[in-house]
Design a protein around this ligand. Structure first.
Ligand code: IPD
Ligand code: CA
Ligand code: CA
Length: 262
């Protein structure tokens, strides 16, 4: 079994649990984290716990980095084999039921670099899979980014967690609003970034993301021919403190970077 098989099996095995909880969500336990709309549910905790147990059983000694609790620490040795999970990306969407856009996101990294990745949208059932150097796929179909060549013709997704992100965006990103074709904000970084790989979205911009928010979908986009960087155009490494990033179809990457101030 490859690491990609392991990711796929875990996602498949946990889809029904998440679907059932979403359907019965008035009975799901919800608490808050950093602020009143930063939500945590029993589903986030259960998926992460199940994943840690599976990794420990199949790959003892591997490191798990996950959004929740003690697992949010980065590996001490970057050369470790590491698994990066966001058990539910888009928890707010899950809880409010405003739109069923939320995802389970899992990446496997060696030497601090993405090697395999899987993302599941439990409600639609779409599963994105990628391996370094082997392309990316959604439900078995090979993915390719869009051929949009100009930001003025592009769909750009933006996202904000809290107030700090909005202020940073006002500081650095307002030119984007002036210049791009269409702007969307879905509340799931993972789902938006995967849509760059399908060619439906052309760029994703965020001022403050953690590795579990982008690790898997970054590989999925890169393997579909897209590009990822920090806001200054520097390389997007996995285990760095939360900060901004830009992921695009590649063709409009430099034009987008030029719009970002500071
Ligand atoms: C959040 C979503 C959101 C982004 C936030 C993330 P969560 O993840 O990806 O789109 O704007 O910064 O924290 O908390 O739902 O896993
Ligand atoms: Ca999450
Ligand atoms: Ca997240």
């Amino acid at each position: 079994m490859t690491e990609l098989d392991f990711i796929r099996d875990f996602l498949q095995a946990n889809r029904k649990y998440v679907q059932d909880k979403y359907a019965a969500k008035s009975g799901v336990t919800v608490s808050t984290k950093a602020h009143a709309s930063d939500l945590l549910t029993e589903v986030d905790l259960t998926i992460q716990k199940r994943f840690v147990e599976r990794v420990n059983a199949v790959y003892p000694g591997d490191v798990v980095v996950g959004e929740e609790g003690e697992y949010s620490r980065y590996p001490r040795d970057l050369r470790s084999r590491a698994w990066i999970i966001d058990p539910i990306d888009g928890t707010y969407n899950f809880v409010r039921g405003l739109h069923p856009i939320f995802a389970i996101s899992i990446a496997f990294a060696v030497d601090g670099k993405n090697a395999a990745a899987g993302v599941l949208l439990p409600i639609t059932g779409e599963m994105f899979l990628a391996e370094q150097g082997a392309g990316s796929f959604c439900d078995g179909l090979r993915l390719r980014v869009s051929e949009v060549q100009q930001a003025s013709h592009a769909r750009i997704d933006l996202d904000f967690s809290g107030l700090e992100d909005r202020f940073q965006f006002l500081d650095r990103g307002v030119e984007v609003l002036r210049q791009v074709g269409q702007v969307r904000c879905y509340g799931s970084a993972v789902a938006s970034i995967c849509q760059i790989a399908t060619g439906d979205c052309d760029a994703y911009l965020h001022m403050n993301l953690a590795p579990w928010d982008f690790a898997a979908s970054q590989l999925i986009v890169e393997e579909a021919g897209g590009m990822a960087s920090r806001l200054n155009g520097g390389p997007l490494h996995l285990f760095e403190p939360k900060q901004g990033l830009l992921i695009t179809n590649g063709a409009i990457h430099h034009e987008m970077l030029a719009m970002l101030r500071g």
